[in-house]
Ligand binder design. Structure first.
Ligand code: SAM
Ligand code: SF4
Ligand code: SF4
Length: 345
């Protein structure tokens, strides 16, 4: 990168939080239509997704990551939409993995295409994989993913990832009241003793399309009570500051589970995450209603130093803590938030 001596290195935001994690959405398309993320009514067959040239290309992504490492970014997560729909995702992983300073490179996927891609991703240097799976009951799974995904395919993806050495795997399970909480115990039982870590996620009010309502959120406390009735578990200490999930281990030694309590116990205090959408807009909070267009900057003649300074200034101005200030827990339709499929989960 060009000389950066004049710029601020490792900025802190208004709440003194550093920038460590960057989540990169590779594309806005997905082969699922999860009701809480891309409801089919809105994301129908004529829906206009971004065109290829509207998305950041891999060279642009790599340039940005190189610019952000000196600012403190050491963790990258590739996401989407569905990141495995990007045919060259393994090549991108290989390139990011070669960037000095990247200590942790992860990817989140619905795993339907993972069986074919797991080995290439592992060979390319992917450190960790997170797989989303809301239920192992096929009917319930269909209901949540818009009749698109099969449990069998996800299981085969998990198996392939294990074989490729991507272990342990985190399994993300969003719980919605009246939809899948009755299948949670089965899902936990399936993975208990496997070494994989199921993380139960409270249904969040991301974006404006998913009809979010507090009454549909099953809190971590409720889930924990249901689990304790079946298997005693005990809390595990945070393994690093800012860890997203609250961790518990089964007292019988058969592994760990986690809770992502964005609604009932927000964790903004240590949030060091920024998100880059597929069309190159930078967001400093998952619940943001505006972002900064970096693609335009990348496609102008801006130097690395100039881009670095834009990021630095953005980060230093950041004061996001949406989850901690969520008002009245009633969906606020006037607040136009960005959709998760767009900015990346
Ligand atoms: N398509 C990939 C997948 O599903 O794993 C990656 C992108 S997806 C947006 C990332 C994660 O966000 C998934 O684990 C998904 O369950 C979660 N997610 C999406 N909308 C959510 C919501 N409203 N509340 C909680 N989690 C949500
Ligand atoms: Fe697709 Fe992931 Fe959103 Fe489901 S949660 S619609 S798999 S992007
Ligand atoms: Fe971070 Fe925003 Fe989530 Fe708070 S609400 S943890 S600031 S992404």
């Amino acid at each position: 990168m060009d000389n950066m001596s004049t710029s601020v290195i490792r900025p802190r935001d208004q709440l003194s939080r550093p920038l460590r994690d960057l989540r990169i959405s590779l594309l806005d398309q997905c082969n699922f239509r999860c009701t809480y993320c891309m409801p089919v009514k809105k994301f129908h067959e004529n829906y206009q997704f971004l065109k290829r040239n509207e998305r950041l290309n891999h060279d642009e992504i790599i340039r940005l990551v190189k610019i952000l490492v000196p600012m403190g970014v050491s963790k990258i997560r590739l996401t989407g939409g569905e990141p495995l729909l990007d045919k060259n995702v393994a090549h991108l992983v290989e390139k990011i993995n070669q960037i000095e300073g990247i200590e942790d490179l992860a990817l989140t996927t619905n795993a339907t295409l993972l069986k074919k891609k797991a080995q290439d991703l592992a060979n390319a240097g992917l450190d960790r994989i997170t797989i989303s799976l809301d239920s192992i009951d096929q009917e319930v799974f269909y209901k949540m993913n818009g009749n698109r995904g099969n449990v069998v395919d996800v299981m085969e993806g998990i198996e392939a990832a294990e074989k490729a050495g991507l272990f342990p795997i985190k399994i993300n399970t969003v719980i919605q009241r009246g939809v899948n909480e009755h299948t949670m115990i089965n899902l936990l039982e399936h993975f208990k003793g496997s070494g994989h870590i199921v993380r139960l996620i409270e249904f969040m009010d991301v974006g404006n399309q998913n009809n979010w309502n507090l009454k549909d959120v099953v809190t971590a406390k409720e889930l924990l009570d249901m689990i304790q009735d079946k298997w005693p578990v005990s809390p595990v200490n945070e393994s690093y500051r800012g860890e997203v999930a609250k961790r518990y281990s089964y007292n019988d030694g058969s592994g760990e589970i986690g809770f992502i309590t964005s609604v009932s116990k927000p964790f903004c205090g240590d949030c060091s995450r920024a998100r880059l959408s597929a069309d190159g807009v930078l967001y400093t909070c998952l619940f943001a209603n505006h972002g900064t267009d970096i693609k335009q900057l990348l496609r102008s003649n801006a130097s690395d130093v100039e881009i670095h300074n834009v990021f630095s200034n953005l980060w230093m101005a950041r004061n996001d803590r949406y989850s901690e200030t969520r008002k009245s827990y009633k969906p606020d339709e006037s607040l136009k938030k960005i959709e998760m499929y767009r900015m990346g989960g």
